[in-house]
Design a protein around this ligand. Structure first.
Ligand SMILES: Cc1ncc(COP(=O)(O)O)c(C=O)c1O
Length: 426
């Protein structure tokens, strides 16, 4: 078992023992050793509250919407409640929240709808740093004559090349699609500043916050972005996607939909029957984060304040683990870390670290660690442009370690010890 660590961070210490008790799956063992879930960027574990909410929905409210009977009415109410929870999460109005199967599906649908209004020669800006789900859906519009411009990175620290971005946003730009944080190297992009650049050029701003959501508070009002997407399964919820869209845009753009389905936003954007039980789980994930926040700061009264309090505590906690991880990696022979490593710049990154060890194929390292109960990922994680740009795509990509607030210093130490063992063996 990992040693519980009390960590001085926010108004009150992060009670890591309490956090870990909320996540039953963290007790998983591999050959008698505790599992270390460092695979969060591909999907986090879920607290008991999320499992309970899914079960309660199936027990008490399982029905389709808008029927003239109890369970259907309960379903309608539940969806409204969870829209309100996600509105607190995004800092928007409930009618600006859309549920979907996942981020990729909702982005493909939205891109197609926005594409309806574009004409050949109009331009969209994407980036080399992004997951392909924030590139492919926009590139699909190239078949309509839309020109897609791709912003490069600065290779030394894997940050966006803002000069290149500035040059690529012109009067022809209709939309800028940028990730909030990179799911491969952890870089946090200055999305508020980029939104202003997009708006100054008369373009819409679309933010992929899938990777950022477990690592920082999202505030679409302050960002002033037009759209923002994230996936609850990356922030302790079930496998689904959610989209924030400014009300005016959700009402103006036309979704692809079937005739009997409502024309009223936001429901007109939610194609077919939704996975209601998982929507119920999303609300519980938001409430779990808020509960954590209230434990860290008892003065937090609203759910939004409690969410902010949670991140005020988890962000510095994750940073101490990040520092330990980077120090450990730097002590190993032949390690090449991609992205920001200077602790003075930790505000520009989250605790997701990708690296290679010499010429070893990352899958070999992931297998070695997996056998020892340490779960990491190898490959490109669909950040294909970045993997190609860094020249690692043909070599198995990178090994990715993702830290979230339920991870511990013990787990980082175990990982480093196992990597040292790997280096000594090969
Ligand atoms: C940054 C980022 N964007 C988009 C996606 C795609 O999300 P989904 O699996 O919900 O389609 C992922 C998934 O890993 C991601 O990390």
């Amino acid at each position: 078992m990992s040693t519980p660590v009390m960590h001085e961070t926010g108004s009150r210490p992060l009670d890591i023992a309490w956090v870990r008790e909320q996540f039953p799956s963290l007790k998983t063992e591999v050959s008698g050793k505790p599992a270390a879930f460092l695979d969060g960027p591909a999907g986090t574990q879920v607290p008991r509250q999320v499992m309970d909410a899914i079960q309660q929905y199936l027990l008490q409210a399982n029905a389709n919407t808008y029927g003239a009977f109890l369970t259907s009415r309960r379903t309608n109410e539940m969806i409204l409640d969870i829209r309100a929870a996600m509105a607190d999460f995004f800092n928007c109005s409930p009618e600006e929240v859309i549920f979907s199967q996942n981020m990729t599906t909702v982005t493909l649908g939205l891109a197609r709808s926005i594409g309806r209004e574009l004409k050949p020669g109009d331009e969209i800006v994407v980036t080399t740093l992004d997951h392909d789900a924030n590139v492919g859906p926009w590139r699909a519009l190239e078949e309509k004559g839309i020109v897609v411009r791709q912003v490069d990175i600065s290779e030394s620290d894997c940050t966006l090349d803002l000069d290149d971005l500035r040059a690529k946003i012109t009067s022809k730009t209709k939309l800028v699609a940028v990730g909030y944080a990179s799911n491969m190297v952890g870089t946090i992009n200055p999305v508020g500043q980029i939104t202003k650049m997009a708006h100054d050029a008369g373009a819409l701003m679309f933010i992929d916050a899938v990777h950022y959501a477990p690592h920082g508070l999202i505030d679409v009002k302050t960002l002033d972005c037009d759209f923002l997407v994230c996936s609850p399964y990356k922030f302790f919820g079930p496998h689904m996607g959610t989209l924030y869209g400014k009300k005016e845009h959700l009402e103006r753009f036309k979704p692809y939909k079937v005739r009997p389905a409502t024309n009223v936003s936001p429901e007109c954007w939610e194609t077919g029957t939704q996975v209601h039980e998982l929507i119920a789980g999303i609300g519980a994930a938001v409430d779990y984060i808020a509960e954590l926040g209230k434990r860290c700061d008892s003065t937090a009264t609203t759910r939004r304040e409690a969410l902010a309090a949670a991140y005020r505590t988890t962000v510095p906690y994750e940073r101490t683990l990040l520092m330990r991880l980077l120090d450990g990696l730097k002590s190993l022979p032949g390690v090449m870390i991609y992205g920001i490593t200077d602790r003075a710049r930790f505000g520009e990154r989250c605790a997701t670290v990708s690296f290679r060890i010499g010429d070893h194929n990352p899958i070999k390292i992931a297998e070695f660690l997996g056998d020892r109960g340490i779960f990491t990922w190898d490959g490109n994680f669909y950040a294909l442009n970045l993997s190609e740009r860094l020249g690692v795509e043909q070599k198995g990509g990178v090994l990715r370690v993702g830290i979230v607030h339920y991870n511990t210093t013990d787990e980082i130490d175990r990982l480093i010890a196992a990597l040292r063992e790997f280096c000594n063996q090969v």
